[in-house]
Design a protein around this ligand. Structure first.
Ligand code: TRP
Length: 333
């Protein structure tokens, strides 16, 4: 990845442990981007609370889980600032100001929010905070002065709205906000073990970064293959076969994977044998991640220290932005 010298913000809602889909979709690129850019990773606890208001413990516990996930995959706390969102009061304040620049009709048109509302069964009873979270996400992005935001497709409407708010703010008051660009991950999305398009906690089809070897084994054994491939000697389909999709992504020996595909197509290669290979591949991939996680799990003080450092670095950025914003809005008393 040739990106250099950018200010980058990415983030996750701490509502559950991170899985292989997160790794392929975003964590991997963060580890690359941290080399030559200033990267802030936001643990969006306030956003998590917009639809988990009655479950603060879940959010609190997952802040630590997600931090351990970050550190275990090689996010370097010496380079990256890991920032807990609620520790940046500037974000809440910016959100209030930005809400004046966005209409309710505009927020209603956000396709991701619409989809989430459907999924969560929210109608007119949607919490106002949830409905408005795209505005608070615009505050996240601008508070850190990010010019690049690596996200999945579903987050594009948030970046679009942020860009509109930036234009409106800069035009109405003074040119102080930086207009961000989205960076869509090149790697395609990893399907769940059931073959569904997306790996997700709520669909129950995820392999977690912290899964034990036994869990991985069980999950791979249940993995969706080719339903027509009943007997070992039947010719099998490779396209849409989740085991092959994962081997394509995680197996370092591409040549052998190609040979396996040929064999599978012809017939004579059983699902169990193929799955055993994938179990080995995934556990080899996860072993160093597990090891690193265990080190940090045994040193919680270090984890807290990293989050303290992230909060301090984060506030240096967000307080600078807020100061400029308030001055532009004649609120610099
Ligand atoms: N909405 C993002 C998600 O659900 C998380 C998020 C919060 C975020 N604030 C952000 C992502 C700022 C990028 C930038 O995954």
């Amino acid at each position: 990845m040739g990106t250099k010298g950018k200010t980058i913000l990415t983030g996750d809602r701490p509502t559950g442990p991170l899985h292989l889909g997160h790794y392929i979709g975003s964590l991997k690129s963060r580890v690359e981007l941290q080399q030559n850019n200033k990267v802030y990773v936001l643990i969006a606890d306030m956003q998590a609370l917009t639809d988990n208001a009655d479950n603060p413990k879940k959010v609190r516990d997952n802040i630590i889980e997600v931090t351990l996930d970050y550190l275990s995959v090689g996010i370097d706390p010496g380079k990256v600032s890991i920032v807990i969102q609620s520790r940046m009061p500037e974000i809440s304040e910016l959100t209030m100001y930005y809400m004046n620049l966005v209409s309710v009709a505009r927020v209603k048109r956000n396709p991701t929010v619409k989809e989430e509302m459907k999924q969560k069964g929210f109608g007119a009873d949607v919490p106002a905070g949830f409905f408005m979270y795209p505005v608070s996400q615009a505050a996240d992005i601008t508070a850190f002065g990010a010019n690049l935001v690596p996200v999945g497709e579903d987050q594009l409407p948030m970046i679009e709205l942020t860009r509109e708010i930036v234009d409106k703010f800069n035009k109405t008051y003074k040119k102080v906000l930086i207009k961000p660009e989205a960076m869509i991950s090149e790697t395609s999305r990893l399907p769940g073990i059931d073959g569904k398009a997306k790996m997700s906690k709520s669909l129950g089809n995820a392999i977690y970064l912290k899964d034990k070897p036994k869990d991985v084994e069980k999950k791979v054994m249940k993995m969706y293959t080719d339903p027509e491939h009943i007997h070992k000697d039947d010719p099998g389909k490779v396209e849409g076969n989740t085991v092959f999709t994962y081997l394509d992504v995680f197996d370092p020996d591409k040549k052998e994977v190609e040979e396996l595909k040929t064999h599978y197509r012809k017939g004579g290669l059983g699902d169990v044998e193929l799955k055993k290979r994938l179990i080995g591949v995934l556990n080899n991939f996860l072993d160093p991640i597990r090891e690193k996680r265990a080190q940090y799990e045994g040193n919680k003080d270090k984890v807290i220290e990293i989050l303290e450092k992230g909060a301090k670095e984060g506030r240096e950025a967000t307080s600078g932005t807020l100061k400029k914003v308030k001055s532009a809005m004649m609120l610099d008393y």
